[in-house]
Design a protein around this ligand. Sequence first.
Ligand SMILES: *Cc1c(COP(=O)(O)O)cnc(C)c1O
Length: 469
Amino acid sequence: MNTLLQQDLNDFENILDKAKQQGIDFLNRLENIPTSNKNSIDPTRGLNELGLGSIEALKEFNERLAPLMVASAGPRYWGFVTGGSTPASIVGDWLASVYDQNTQAIKAQGGVSALIEFETIHLLLQLLQLPDSFLGGFVTGATMSNFTCLGVARQWFGKQFGKDFAKNGISEPINILTATPHSSSIKSLAMLGIGSNNFTTIKTIEGNREAIDVVDLENNIKSLDGKPFILISSAGTVNTADFDDFNAISKLKEKYNFWWHIDAAFGGFAAVSDKFNHFVDGWQGADSITIDCHKWLNVPYESAFYLINKQHASLQIETFQNSNAPYLGNPLENFNYLNVLPENSRRLRALPVWFSLLAYGKDGFKDIVENSVSMALHFGNELIEDGNFELMAPIRLNNVCFTLKGDHNQEKIAQFFTALNDRGKVFMTPTVYRNRKGIRASFVNWRTTENDIKIVIEEIKAVCLDLKI
Ligand SMILES: *Cc1c(COP(=O)(O)O)cnc(C)c1O
């Protein structure tokens, strides 16, 4: 064995202790670590001939790389839709590395850790009050989940013409209907060879809404003259957290032949609270659903899952099977993840979620969701009270989409949020909503409290003063 590897092996406990201490120091300071920074490195470092050993590498990490880290897991990182990491999720994440399983099969082929993934999906279905009719698995994020679901939808579409697109390529134009898709679904259409231009945009409901207009949807369906199609619908749009009407879509499903996909990356968690689960009423009728765990479930990146109705298991295997390992027999026996999703080798990605669900239960996540929504409402009220701002849409759930009052201030938006973000106390992201520039704040982090809202309002007032707004 190489001497440095040997030395590290002998010193393993001390090394892990140091890493643990480092983690504790960071997490204890999280609230005071800036949400943005201007530090930088020259990323062209040469590789040494002789290694440093873990302890020296950790020293260099602390000197050069640690200063690049921002408090994205902290309570005031409201840009994009950014979750944090709870104690239990970190335990699961650390142990996933320690055990380092290749999570594939549920029956002995070496390891059987995929059973843990099965169990975790089963727990998630209970949390979200979804039936057991879905087969689920973990991927890196909602983008890959959308890709996986739409990949199986593509195969389904071919089957309607008696064709196997996975084997022979796409030989029929694929009809996609959608109203307010997330950019990652459109990116998935590009990756799947369907083409990112090849979708029909359905109107949204009149008034300040991003949800699909079901009447316009049905008119578009009729103009397809009985041809099959794929519907990409939304449970939680990123600007205004709007939801399509899933009961109305379920009714259409009785009349027309289509694959129904729901992107519920963060909005799916509305299901955990009886205050908000009406938003997802009827979603169990979907063919596939995308949900992120590194957002509202507050586990570390990279964690998301897909749910695909079990009746499509054969299509899923046709889409993702390894050609040298053709599947024989019943698709649910000898189940192996490497034949149902994009990756082959995978870490035990379910473990952070498993730990979180056991540690905090249904109540824990209901509390996180309800707290996030009340923080969003509280922040929205404070903005209105301030007088300089207006909400661009009502606050339906956890996202606040706002802007500076008055058209003359539209040109100041970029300057405003850059100045605010540069101060490092809060991070928000810009948006364009109904042709106007605005700012989004998304609340999903388990740590956020009213005191954070107070801090941010003070910051906003200071920036307005600076910029003479
Ligand atoms: C965040 C998000 C995505 C993309 O998720 P990643 O985890 O970044 O891949 C897709 N859809 C919606 C609605 C999202 O909010």
